[in-house]
Design a binder for this molecule. Structure first.
Ligand SMILES: *[C@@H]1O[C@H](CO)[C@@H](O)[C@H](O)[C@H]1NC(C)=O
Ligand SMILES: *[C@@H]1O[C@H](CO)[C@@H](O)[C@H](O)[C@H]1NC(C)=O
Ligand SMILES: *[C@@H]1O[C@H](CO)[C@@H](O)[C@H](O)[C@H]1NC(C)=O
Ligand SMILES: *[C@@H]1O[C@H](CO)[C@@H](O)[C@H](O)[C@H]1NC(C)=O
Length: 253
């Protein structure tokens, strides 16, 4: 293969990976269309009121918030959908109207804390009794792992950007740096994506959890698009290693 084509395909793959990782990072920073569509994990609480009602044999009233503009974490009512990003989470009363938490670097993935901090005190006390000892409730475990995974995804994105930039400098040494950075980036993105996949999988345990004999929780955890984008970025970075390596060895522009 001619050197130009080789480095061209490597640059294209690095560029795609950087773009995908940028999209992963903007997930849930606000409620506008693109960030709304990208999250690492989603929690749908739509069935929880019915589950509580069935379990306690009492009508459950006022569990959910109807007003999307009241602040999160202030016991103003549970939202029907929570979506978690790398910097913040957003909660939606219906498919469109929602609000987001404050942004923090390496925001923790603590779905149980997010949900119960929106519930009125009596409902959060019921929930504490129901979900005791589940991984879904173990906010420190989920939060810590998400925190670590964030840094791997961030450093992976930076390494991918360095590979992209050095790849266009036509020098053997620069290709050597690009190759190394692609290897580092794909390894870091692999670790970040794998940790996120694992913790969401663990939190998914709540989907099959019964609040009482034969009554499922009505809470559904699922993977967000950000996890798929991270795996796609990993695939691009891995695929870019060989063309960078070939350029490094053969193309001495
Ligand atoms: C949430 O789950 C309910 C059923 O429990 C479903 O009807 C609804 O479409 C789900 N919402 C989203 C946004 O996935
Ligand atoms: C919704 O909440 C906001 C902020 O707390 C408040 O200003 C507004 O009046 C509320 N809207 C309704 C319809 O209750
Ligand atoms: C969502 O809720 C907001 C505020 O409560 C409301 O204005 C809007 O019409 C609702 N949208 C849908 C699709 O139900
Ligand atoms: C979010 O930020 C605002 C303004 O910076 C602050 O007033 C508020 O207390 C913060 N909320 C939380 C939950 O930390």
């Amino acid at each position: 293969m001619k050197g130009e084509y080789c480095v061209g395909s490597a640059s294209f793959l690095s560029f795609a990976a950087v773009l995908l990782l940028i999209f992963v990072h903007v997930g849930q920073i606000n409620t506008s269309t693109v960030p709304h569509g990208i999250s690492m994990a989603k929690v749908n609480t739509s069935g929880y009121a019915e589950a509580l009602g069935d379990a306690f044999k009492v009508p459950i009233q006022g569990l959910y918030a109807e007003n999307a503009s009241t602040p999160l974490g202030a016991r103003t009512g549970l939202r029907r959908l929570y979506e978690f990003g790398l910097y913040s989470y957003c909660a939606y009363v219906n498919t469109t109207a929602g609000s987001c938490s404050n942004q923090t670097i390496a925001a923790n993935f603590q779905p149980y804390t997010a949900l119960t901090s929106d519930m009125f005190l009596n409902y959060s006390q019921y929930s504490d009794a129901i979900f005791v000892d589940t991984t879904f409730m173990n906010s420190s475990y989920l939060g810590y792992n998400a925190h670590v995974a964030y840094y791997f995804l961030l450093l992976g994105a930076i390494a991918a950007a360095v590979a992209l930039i050095t790849g266009v400098l036509r020098m053997t040494f620069a290709f050597f740096v690009s190759t190394g950075m692609s290897v580092v980036a794909s390894l870091f993105v692999l670790i970040g994506a794998a940790i996120w996949t694992a913790i969401v999988k663990k939190a998914e345990g709540v989907n099959a959890f019964d609040v009482a004999q034969g009554i499922p929780s009505g809470i559904t955890v699922s993977y967000g698009t950000g996890i798929y984008l991270s795996w796609a970025a990993f695939a691009c970075l891995t695929a870019s290693i060989v063309p960078y390596m070939v350029s490094c060895c053969t193309f001495r522009g």
